[in-house]
Write a new protein. Structure first.
Length: 183
Protein backbone atom coordinates (compact mmCIF):
# COMPACT_ATOMS: atom_id res chain seq x y z
CA UNK A 1 0.00 0.00 0.00
CA UNK A 2 1.38 3.37 -0.96
CA UNK A 3 0.41 6.73 0.49
CA UNK A 4 -1.60 7.26 3.63
CA UNK A 5 -3.45 4.44 5.30
CA UNK A 6 -7.23 4.95 5.51
CA UNK A 7 -7.07 5.12 9.31
CA UNK A 8 -4.89 8.23 8.99
CA UNK A 9 -7.84 10.01 7.36
CA UNK A 10 -10.77 9.53 9.72
CA UNK A 11 -13.72 11.79 8.88
CA UNK A 12 -16.95 12.49 10.75
CA UNK A 13 -19.85 11.98 8.34
CA UNK A 14 -23.63 12.29 8.89
CA UNK A 15 -24.94 8.81 9.68
CA UNK A 16 -27.76 9.15 7.13
CA UNK A 17 -25.17 9.51 4.35
CA UNK A 18 -23.99 5.92 4.86
CA UNK A 19 -25.53 3.02 2.89
CA UNK A 20 -25.46 -0.65 3.87
CA UNK A 21 -23.98 -2.98 1.26
CA UNK A 22 -26.06 -5.79 -0.19
CA UNK A 23 -23.63 -8.65 0.45
CA UNK A 24 -22.56 -8.66 4.12
CA UNK A 25 -22.89 -12.27 5.39
CA UNK A 26 -22.40 -11.32 9.05
CA UNK A 27 -25.25 -11.43 11.53
CA UNK A 28 -25.14 -10.06 15.07
CA UNK A 29 -27.91 -11.09 17.52
CA UNK A 30 -29.74 -8.40 19.51
CA UNK A 31 -27.83 -8.98 22.80
CA UNK A 32 -24.51 -8.38 21.02
CA UNK A 33 -25.92 -5.27 19.33
CA UNK A 34 -26.81 -3.94 22.79
CA UNK A 35 -23.29 -4.76 23.93
CA UNK A 36 -21.88 -2.92 20.91
CA UNK A 37 -24.03 0.09 21.83
CA UNK A 38 -22.70 0.01 25.41
CA UNK A 39 -19.15 -0.32 24.13
CA UNK A 40 -19.49 2.82 21.99
CA UNK A 41 -21.43 4.69 24.66
CA UNK A 42 -18.94 4.02 27.46
CA UNK A 43 -15.64 3.67 25.55
CA UNK A 44 -16.34 6.02 22.63
CA UNK A 45 -15.76 5.29 18.97
CA UNK A 46 -12.65 3.11 18.91
CA UNK A 47 -13.17 1.85 15.35
CA UNK A 48 -14.38 3.92 12.44
CA UNK A 49 -16.83 2.54 9.90
CA UNK A 50 -15.14 1.57 6.63
CA UNK A 51 -16.87 2.89 3.49
CA UNK A 52 -16.16 3.29 -0.22
CA UNK A 53 -16.19 6.59 -2.11
CA UNK A 54 -20.01 6.49 -2.38
CA UNK A 55 -20.34 5.80 1.39
CA UNK A 56 -21.41 2.19 0.90
CA UNK A 57 -20.40 0.33 4.06
CA UNK A 58 -17.56 -2.14 3.61
CA UNK A 59 -17.07 -2.89 7.33
CA UNK A 60 -18.98 -1.62 10.33
CA UNK A 61 -22.60 -2.24 9.38
CA UNK A 62 -23.49 -3.11 12.96
CA UNK A 63 -21.79 0.03 14.30
CA UNK A 64 -23.84 1.95 11.72
CA UNK A 65 -27.03 0.10 12.75
CA UNK A 66 -26.46 0.87 16.44
CA UNK A 67 -25.64 4.52 15.69
CA UNK A 68 -28.78 4.84 13.55
CA UNK A 69 -30.99 3.73 16.45
CA UNK A 70 -29.08 5.38 19.34
CA UNK A 71 -28.49 9.06 18.54
CA UNK A 72 -26.80 9.57 21.92
CA UNK A 73 -23.61 7.99 20.52
CA UNK A 74 -23.48 10.27 17.49
CA UNK A 75 -21.21 13.30 17.40
CA UNK A 76 -23.36 16.12 16.04
CA UNK A 77 -25.29 13.53 14.00
CA UNK A 78 -22.08 12.03 12.60
CA UNK A 79 -20.09 8.79 12.83
CA UNK A 80 -16.36 8.27 12.19
CA UNK A 81 -15.53 6.75 8.82
CA UNK A 82 -12.51 5.88 6.75
CA UNK A 83 -12.75 5.61 2.99
CA UNK A 84 -11.33 2.74 0.94
CA UNK A 85 -10.58 4.22 -2.45
CA UNK A 86 -10.25 2.58 -5.85
CA UNK A 87 -11.66 -0.83 -4.91
CA UNK A 88 -13.79 -2.93 -7.23
CA UNK A 89 -17.01 -4.49 -5.94
CA UNK A 90 -15.22 -7.85 -5.68
CA UNK A 91 -12.37 -6.29 -3.69
CA UNK A 92 -14.86 -4.65 -1.32
CA UNK A 93 -16.64 -7.99 -0.83
CA UNK A 94 -13.32 -9.65 -0.01
CA UNK A 95 -12.50 -6.84 2.41
CA UNK A 96 -15.86 -7.24 4.17
CA UNK A 97 -15.29 -10.96 4.69
CA UNK A 98 -11.68 -10.45 5.82
CA UNK A 99 -12.76 -7.85 8.38
CA UNK A 100 -15.49 -10.17 9.70
CA UNK A 101 -13.32 -13.29 9.88
CA UNK A 102 -10.30 -11.50 11.34
CA UNK A 103 -12.23 -10.74 14.52
CA UNK A 104 -12.10 -14.40 15.45
CA UNK A 105 -13.93 -16.27 18.19
CA UNK A 106 -13.48 -16.33 21.94
CA UNK A 107 -11.69 -19.37 23.31
CA UNK A 108 -13.81 -20.83 26.09
CA UNK A 109 -11.10 -21.35 28.71
CA UNK A 110 -9.70 -17.85 28.14
CA UNK A 111 -13.21 -16.41 28.63
CA UNK A 112 -13.59 -18.55 31.77
CA UNK A 113 -10.36 -17.02 33.11
CA UNK A 114 -11.62 -13.51 32.34
CA UNK A 115 -14.94 -14.15 34.09
CA UNK A 116 -13.08 -15.56 37.11
CA UNK A 117 -10.85 -12.50 37.24
CA UNK A 118 -13.79 -10.12 36.90
CA UNK A 119 -15.58 -12.02 39.68
CA UNK A 120 -13.00 -10.59 42.07
CA UNK A 121 -14.27 -7.07 41.28
CA UNK A 122 -17.88 -7.44 40.14
CA UNK A 123 -20.99 -9.41 41.02
CA UNK A 124 -22.36 -11.90 38.51
CA UNK A 125 -25.17 -9.45 37.75
CA UNK A 126 -22.66 -6.71 36.96
CA UNK A 127 -20.59 -9.05 34.78
CA UNK A 128 -23.74 -10.08 32.91
CA UNK A 129 -24.56 -6.43 32.28
CA UNK A 130 -21.13 -5.17 31.21
CA UNK A 131 -20.30 -8.19 29.03
CA UNK A 132 -23.80 -8.77 27.67
CA UNK A 133 -24.04 -12.30 29.08
CA UNK A 134 -26.81 -14.34 30.63
CA UNK A 135 -26.30 -15.76 34.13
CA UNK A 136 -26.34 -19.26 32.65
CA UNK A 137 -23.35 -18.41 30.44
CA UNK A 138 -21.42 -17.03 33.42
CA UNK A 139 -22.21 -20.19 35.40
CA UNK A 140 -21.05 -22.41 32.52
CA UNK A 141 -17.79 -20.46 32.19
CA UNK A 142 -17.17 -20.73 35.92
CA UNK A 143 -17.88 -24.48 35.77
CA UNK A 144 -15.56 -24.97 32.78
CA UNK A 145 -12.76 -23.13 34.51
CA UNK A 146 -12.95 -25.54 37.45
CA UNK A 147 -13.51 -28.66 35.32
CA UNK A 148 -9.82 -29.71 34.97
CA UNK A 149 -9.34 -29.70 38.75
CA UNK A 150 -12.62 -31.48 39.40
CA UNK A 151 -11.96 -34.28 36.91
CA UNK A 152 -8.23 -34.59 37.66
CA UNK A 153 -9.02 -36.07 41.07
CA UNK A 154 -12.00 -38.08 39.91
CA UNK A 155 -11.69 -41.81 40.38
CA UNK A 156 -13.91 -44.17 38.51
CA UNK A 157 -15.69 -47.02 40.18
CA UNK A 158 -15.75 -50.53 38.74
CA UNK A 159 -19.13 -49.66 37.25
CA UNK A 160 -17.41 -47.18 34.98
CA UNK A 161 -14.29 -49.13 34.06
CA UNK A 162 -14.57 -52.88 33.44
CA UNK A 163 -11.86 -55.27 34.70
CA UNK A 164 -10.56 -56.13 31.29
CA UNK A 165 -11.58 -54.84 27.94
CA UNK A 166 -8.57 -54.81 25.58
CA UNK A 167 -10.05 -52.10 23.36
CA UNK A 168 -10.13 -49.71 26.37
CA UNK A 169 -6.45 -50.17 27.24
CA UNK A 170 -5.22 -47.29 25.00
CA UNK A 171 -7.94 -44.99 26.36
CA UNK A 172 -7.08 -45.80 29.95
CA UNK A 173 -3.38 -45.15 29.31
CA UNK A 174 -4.15 -41.72 27.78
CA UNK A 175 -6.42 -40.68 30.63
CA UNK A 176 -4.15 -42.05 33.37
CA UNK A 177 -7.03 -43.88 35.04
CA UNK A 178 -6.37 -47.25 36.60
CA UNK A 179 -8.61 -50.20 36.33
CA UNK A 180 -10.55 -50.99 39.44
CA UNK A 181 -9.27 -54.02 41.34
CA UNK A 182 -11.73 -56.74 42.21
CA UNK A 183 -12.27 -57.08 45.96
Amino acid sequence: MSGLHPVEQVQWVPVEKLKPNDYNPNYVPRPELELLYKSIKYDGWTQPIVVDEEFNIVDGFHRYKVASTHPDILRDGCVPVVILRGKSRAEKMVSTVRHNRARGNHEIMAMADIVASLSEHYTDEQIADILGMEQEEIDRLKDRRNAPEIFAVQEFSRGWIPDHTPDLDPVLKRTKHKRAKRP
